[in-house]
Design a protein. Structure first.
Length: 256
């Protein structure tokens, strides 16, 4: 039970009261509200995809209280879009130069809107995560799509926590595409994932093909290689100077 403000991501502090999940015929909960207002009651099963009918009874001493279903949402929903991190396509977080190798999605809208992105991890091969499973760290980056990928292009990021699901909120400008890059924290992690979007306006979402994705990755990969070569060249010069210095010292005549 929580307040009725628009909520796509419910935090523990938003929950006023809740029942225990039991195998009993019915469950009940009593709570006292010091202030008036609207509240949302969410009947649920413990596991997803469990079908069945139920009855909901609410008792109150407020003569003006009403119980009614929520109106249909006006938010646009896309997904879940299924993806996978594996092999070369599991580049890890931005602590690794290979972060650009993660799957890349492009999003754009004809009108500016707020956007909520949810990323959920699944075991490779599908299936429900077992009880007690230690989740991998996962997260996602939203970045400007200017034809190249760099850390400076990132406008927001979300997650990078050991959780089954992480979330990021952002503002999508009109006719200015962004890139979404879901990523595991650990490079090389083999997982499947679901990506789901909620937006105040219709949005276009598509996965970039390998040719398109590699064209955007090329700048980051080239800069990383140049940095590595630069470090190697610096070490070579240092070693060369040390060798020349040692040779000069060995051939020098000691002054009396």
């Amino acid at each position: 039970m929580c307040s009725s403000d628009l909520m796509l991501k419910v935090h523990e502090e938003d929950v006023i009261e809740k029942t225990q999940y039991t195998l009993n015929f019915e469950v009940a909960r009593e709570f006292i509200s010091d202030e008036g207002g609207a509240f949302v009651i969410v009947p649920t099963t413990f596991e997803p995809n469990q079908l069945g009918e139920y009855e909901l009874h609410v008792y109150t001493d407020d003569a003006d209280a009403q119980l009614a279903p929520l109106p249909a949402t006006t938010w646009q929903v896309r997904g879940p879009i299924k993806g996978e991190w594996c092999g070369r396509g599991s580049g890890g977080c931005r602590n690794h130069p290979s972060w650009v190798l993660n799957p890349i999605y492009q999003i754009k809208a004809s009108r500016a809107c707020d956007l909520h992105v949810f990323l959920r991890q699944r075991l490779a091969g599908g299936g429900v995560l077992p009880e007690g499973y230690e989740h991998e760290g996962i997260g996602l980056y939203a970045m400007r799509d200017d034809g190249e990928m760099s850390l400076e292009d990132i406008v927001t990021q979300g997650g990078f926590a050991r959780a089954e699901e992480v979330h990021a909120a952002l503002h999508l400008p009109a006719d200015q595409p962004l890139l979404l890059v879901p990523a595991p924290y650990r490079k090389g992690a083999h997982l499947e994932f679901d990506l789901q979007l909620y937006s105040a306006q219709p949005v276009d979402l598509r996965a970039l093909g390998e040719a398109e994705a590699d064209a955007r990755r090329r700048h980051a990969v080239r800069n990383h290689r140049a940095a590595v070569c630069g470090v190697g060249l610096g070490l070579a010069r240092l070693v060369h100077r040390e060798d020349v210095g040692a040779l000069a010292r060995s051939s020098a005549r000691r002054l009396p």
